[in-house]
Design a protein around this ligand. Sequence first.
Ligand code: NDP
Length: 281
Amino acid sequence: MALTETYTLSNGMEIPKVGFGTWQSKDGEEAYQAVKTALEVGYRHIDTAAVYGNEESVGRAIKDSGIARDKLFITTKLWDLGTTEDARAALDESLEKLGLDYVDLYLIHWPNPKAFRPNFAERNAAVWKAMEDGVKNNKVRAIGVSNFHPRHLEPLLEVAEIKPVVNQIMVNPSDQQEEVVAFNKAHDILTEAYSPLGTGKIFAITELADIADKYEKTVAQVVLRWSLHKGYLPLPKSVTASRIKENADIFDFDLSDEDIAFIDSLHGKAGLARNPDEVNH
Ligand code: NDP
């Protein structure tokens, strides 16, 4: 089953190459059904976050799937950059909501929320300590970051005893984040591609439809295949059963070098690029 293909992380762990996104999947039936369908279709990697407010529904779907825990890869994320103690408590709360003894991957969700912007490096170092404790206490198998640019990662790498294994950032043909991707690569950090479909905006790039027709695939499948071709780990989200299946059916074709080059040239096309320092969380 292609959905079980993995990348190997810098700590030796295997991570399924496609993850199932759950941002904006409403807590309750919507998130529950989406994750349940995804697990039935064959996804084994689920991406959630404390701030999505749906960890309980995601956890319920995982439990009801009956799939052995060690066959799943579950990620959640820490929102507040409070004290080390706050971060320890936040991890326990996420585990409680998910109904799990451990998560496979725990990420700092955002490097510099507005309230902590002047001292983000110090805040990230404090919560990283709690995340490292999570690894030592077997509550977490791997730790990483999200929305980190090199200026956020550099100070963290200086103090980290356990290195981040992934950096989850927005990457899609419209926002290719070349500088961050290159930094990740140079530090053996896997790039997880969030909003791989531009939160639905990628479909506005009409040229992608011609490529999709050529392969008898959909635009979503072509864009996700491009993401894999680049060595990223895409996290498509959908609450629609047919799309959940469609987004998983991307392992039976390859894009030509010419088409990859064309998609590479689409950077900026749907106007999605953003800078974490300008997002006022
Ligand atoms: P995506 O880029 O995955 O796009 C999802 C949107 O596209 C939804 O509106 C969905 O509609 C629609 N869609 C999905 N598949 C198809 C398809 N085959 N054809 C047509 N439309 C489709 O969006 P997200 O921004 O949600 O990103 C994916 C995941 O990445 C998130 O869910 C989350 O897990 C993660 N993420 C992480 C962030 C971070 O800060 N770390 C930030 C943002 C996202 P519908 O659901 O109605 O089917």
